[in-house]
Design a protein around this ligand. Structure first.
Ligand code: ADP
Length: 283
């Protein structure tokens, strides 16, 4: 088992001026180096959970809570979320609306200016983040003249420059075309391979099945499943019960009259190609 980086201990949350308890008794651990996908139907609490993990809720926007969230060994009940951004960087859905600078370079440097980084460190970090996100050739471009995928990669670069250990992406690909979406997934998979812990809320079941090693399923503010990606995605009955579908290849495999011989049920296209080739041969 890896070192716990984010722990929710019986955490419940209610928005200000609302009766509804939106997160209910959430108890889970995310370990350093994990790539966790968060899925669930609309209004299941995914964004509320993300904002709680970075301390925006309740410590910036208010609301009532019970239980605690511990990040890198420190309880938010004591820190009130201070220092959270040193550990976790959050990337929101709509990148374009967050840009304020005239060039990609200035945009990446902007948060660092606010944190009072030294010039030389800033230059080093801009280079690191721009190269990691494939934007090194575009430093002089206006953020508004980038494609959707490039804009999301810029939003990730801005966060990456601060060197958080955990990258949290809340539906960062939902407004992108398939090419932009693939660019973002490729980038986060690379960052994960290089040691970052990644948490990603996304509706694209196929991409989540390919990229993550753990999946968390939320429904009505409760964790209904959390575990190894393969195990979660082959439990069709449980997912469907909570209005989440399994990957198309998994559906196809489960619909076969006989079990795929000598194989585990596929959840990705690559696994399916091997499984179905086997199946054809055996018949
Ligand atoms: P998801 O990201 O899965 O769509 P959300 O976390 O956005 O879910 O919403 C979960 C529940 O919290 C919903 O019932 C939603 O109406 C409620 N909610 C979200 N934001 C607020 C808010 N600012 N005030 C009151 N209720 C809210």
């Amino acid at each position: 088992m890896g070192k716990p980086i984010i722990e929710l201990k019986h955490f419940s949350y209610r928005y200000p001026n609302s009766e509804e308890i939106v997160l209910k008794d959430i108890d889970l651990t995310i370990e350093e180096g994990d790539f966790v996908g968060i899925i669930g139907c609309n209004k299941s609490g995914k964004t509320t959970l993300c904002q709680s993990m970075v301390g925006i809720l309740p410590f910036v926007l208010g609301g009532d809570w019970d239980g605690e969230i511990v990040v890198d060994g420190k309880s938010y009940n004591e820190t009130h979320g201070d220092g959270a951004s040193d550990v976790i960087g959050i990337v929101f859905q709509d990148a374009e609306s967050q840009f304020t600078q005239e060039t990609v370079e200035d945009e990446i440097a902007f948060a660092m200016c606010n944190f009072g980084f030294e010039q030389s460190l800033m230059r080093e970090r801009v280079e690191y983040a721009a190269k990691a996100c494939g934007l090194w050739e575009m430093l002089d471009r206006s953020p508004y003249r980038l494609s959707g995928g490039q804009q999301q990669r810029l939003a990730i670069a801005c966060i990456l420059a601060l060197r958080p250990r955990v990258l949290l992406l809340d539906e960062s690909t939902s407004q992108l075309d398939p090419q932009g979406r693939d660019e973002v997934f490729r980038l986060v998979e690379e960052l994960h391979a290089n040691g970052s812990t990644v948490i990603m809320v996304d509706h694209n079941i196929e991409k989540i099945a390919e990229a993550t090693d753990k999946v968390l399923v939320l429904h009505n503010g409760e964790v209904v499943d959390y575990g190894e990606t393969h195990k979660v995605f082959t439990n069709k009955e449980k997912l469907n019960e909570h209005f989440v579908r399994v990957p198309q290849v998994t559906d196809a495999a489960l619909a076969l009259p006989e079990k795929l011989i000598g194989d585990v049920t596929p959840i990705t296209l690559k696994e399916a190609e091997a499984s179905f080739a086997n199946y054809k041969r055996e018949r």
